[in-house]
Ligand binder design. Structure first.
Ligand code: PMP
Length: 531
């Protein structure tokens, strides 16, 4: 069992950070030695692209890997190293890297020519598949080339529909390159280049704060609420049901539109996460996997709103885009939506839940030992209430991360790993009590009065997310750990985002999950002392 920084003095803490930094420098050096071709590719790209980069998120220190090919759930670098791909192209790569059905659909479409400059058969079929799948929200749909564009159009649609200008978004929300509200993350000093809309920025999962912000707006000024049902890029932080319900109710009662950005989350359940939660937005946006792994985006929803784009009506709104109906994305999307049927979607999301449980288990065992280690059976007992006494071990235990997530006892971007849920009957920030809204979560809630003063502390590594979209978290006071983890995993031939983001793909099974869990076990064993 290792100690964690929570119990350290300031100087011990600094020493641990220095040791983590030294360990990272060693991994960087090995990485540089093992990847001369990627280094050379990076250096030559710098002559023609700023920082050798055309997609900021793919930058990594000391230089990013350049891939030569992908096959199934693996990627092979220019240097000939093969990695199991746990990044899954930030959720777009759900089919793996060369799905035969999608490949056949693209090949077939290309035999008939491309850039036709007119309507084609595939866009109609894809529209039908998308509307039928995302029923009842998606009554009418329009395609774009990216999720960014889809959200940009959804916001423009709301402004046109309501005649208002303000858009409520949330700290940590990411809706595209020009619609990014990430609070400057520690691992990145990059700044957003946002469109100049009248943004109003709320706090995710915080009903009270959001209500205050909304109450301060001039009457009838809010056009839309744009929200991810689970923050994706901010670290796979699920939205709490009461929070999302609050947004639905607020939008309806103020004649504003609720827009669910499901560019990522639409894969978390067959009909999307909003549908699973029982909340119907006015508009929703899609992207990533829905285009079969090709460039894609879509926005749509209520028929009365989307009919503003009917060009046969006078005064209709224009929506252009040379490649909106490009045959490759349309054909790949049709095939992809069939490949990702309900059963496959469920299997993949179950696999992600299993990975989350197993990683949590490894971390808890390492840092807290066996005595308070929660079992799956104990997790079940947490469903009805927050805490339970483990009769076998006779210890008071915390809900595991996955239990916390199941119960919507959820974190916010500024605190992705809250320690404790509110005590029964303690007032919540939205003025309700545990009795009436058992799943409401607040970050500032006082500790349960019956808990010991120092319950098992937050582990220095935790995992959040839902189903097949997950993220690893390290304490902000340990700035080297995310990169240390990333490079450790690369050394074990596992690829994920440096910031800890992961998305599984359908080529994966338990073998890959076990490989990831074993590599995580090795990480905590090797670096536990600097955590
Ligand atoms: N919305 C969300 C929730 C996303 O995660 C992303 C991409 N990461 C986008 C929008 C933007 O999509 P794209 O990269 O296709 O523009």
């Amino acid at each position: 069992m290792s100690s964690t920084k929570e119990h350290c003095s300031e100087s011990e803490h600094l020493k641990m950070n220095q040791n983590a930094k030294d360990a990272l420098a060693k991994l960087h050096s090995t990485y540089t030695h093992l990847n001369p071709s990627s280094l050379q590719a990076h250096q030559s790209a710098r002559q023609h692209q700023p920082g050798g980069n055309t997609r900021t998120v793919l930058h990594a220190n000391p230089f990013p890997i350049t891939f030569a090919s992908g096959n199934g759930c693996t990627l092979t670098s220019l240097d000939g190293h093969t990695y199991t791909d746990f990044l899954g192209e930030y959720t777009a790569g759900i089919y793996g890297h060369n799905n035969a059905t999608i490949r056949a659909a693209i090949d077939e479409s290309l035999t008939r020519g491309w850039s036709l400059g007119g309507n084609n058969r595939y866009e109609k079929e894809l529209a039908k598949l998308v509307c039928e799948r995302f029923t009842p929200t998606m009554e009418l749909v329009r395609f774009t080339n990216s999720g960014t564009e889809a959200n940009m159009m959804a916001v423009a649609t709301a402004i046109a529909w309501t005649g208002r200008k303000k858009i409520l978004v949330f700290e940590g929300g990411y809706h595209g390159a020009t619609l990014s509200f990430r609070n400057p993350p520690r691992e990145s000093a990059t700044k957003s280049v946002n469109l100049p809309h009248e943004w109003v920025v709320g706090t995710y999962n915080d009903i009270e704060r959001t209500d205050e912000i909304l109450a301060a707006l001039p009457p009838k000024s809010l056009a839309a609420i744009l929200v991810e049902p689970m923050l994706g890029n901010a670290g796979a932080i699920p939205g709490s049901l009461p929070f999302l319900q609050f947004l639905r109710t607020y939008a309806s009662s103020h004649d504003a539109l609720l827009i669910f950005d499901e560019v990522m989350t639409s894969r978390l359940s067959y009909r999307g996460l909003g549908h699973k939660l029982g909340i119907q937005p006015d508009l929703m946006t899609l992207g990533k996997w829905v285009g079969g792994g090709m460039s894609f985006g879509a926005f749509g929803g209520r028929r009365d709103i989307m009919e503003m784009y009917d060009p046969s009506k006078s005064g209709s709104l224009a929506h252009a885009g040379t490649f909106n109906n490009n045959v490759i994305s349309m054909a790949a999307g049709c095939a992809g939506c069939k490949v990702l049927d309900e059963e496959t979607t469920n299997r993949l999301n179950d696999l992600g839940e299993r990975l989350k449980e197993m990683v949590t288990d490894v971390v808890e065992k390492h840092f807290y030992g066996n005595e308070c280690h929660p079992s799956a059976a104990d997790e079940g007992s947490l469903k009805g209430n927050v805490y339970s006494i483990n009769p076998r071990e006779n210890c008071l235990k915390m809900p595991t991360r996955s239990a916390i997530i199941t119960q919507n006892l959820l974190p916010s971007p500024s605190n992705p790993t809250p320690n404790l849920p509110p005590a029964p009957n303690q007032p919540h920030t939205n003025g309700t009590t545990n009795n009436t809204t058992p799943h409401t979560h607040t970050l500032s809630s006082p500790q349960h009065p019956h808990l010991p003063p120092s319950p098992p502390s937050k582990p220095p590594l935790s995992i959040s997310g839902l189903g097949s979209i997950l993220a690893l978290h390290f304490p902000p006071s340990s700035p080297y750990l995310p990169s240390l983890f990333y490079h450790h995993m690369l050394s074990r031939n596992i690829y994920l985002a440096e910031r800890g983001f992961m998305a599984l793909n359908i080529e994966m099974g338990m073998q890959e999950v076990e490989m990831f869990v074993q590599a995580t076990r090795e990480f905590v064993q090797r670096y536990g002392e600097v955590m």
